[in-house]
Design a protein around this ligand. Sequence first.
Ligand code: DGP
Length: 112
Amino acid sequence: MDCLFCKIIAGEIPSSKVYEDEWVYAFRDIAPQAPVHILIVPKAHIASADDIYAENASFVTHIFEAIPEIAKSEGLENGYRIVSNVGSDACQSVKHLHFHILGGKQLTDTMA
Ligand code: DGP
């Protein structure tokens, strides 16, 4: 499968790793939009939040267990934002489920 994030998970494309376990991989976004901008992805190929089912939902559970650990290690004690773009209206550019973790500054109060 020709998936950029699958290749990053496999180490075929270099990335700045922040966190990894059996289920998830987290790395720094190549074009950060905040002082801390991390992407966290499931190690299984799930195209987007539209493709989460009972059979693969445990990957998402593990993502949300890892996020607070990552936020703590990045010093985001004042808060952070989690974003997942789904489909073209949301400008999803990589078709592998990912959650942006954004923080390290006062974020705007608008999201769209
Ligand atoms: P989205 O628009 O939600 O699909 O976000 C995709 C993000 O992926 C975008 O913020 C830029 C990031 N990105 C794209 N290619 C690479 C890459 O090769 N390496 C890293 N670290 N991030 C990438």
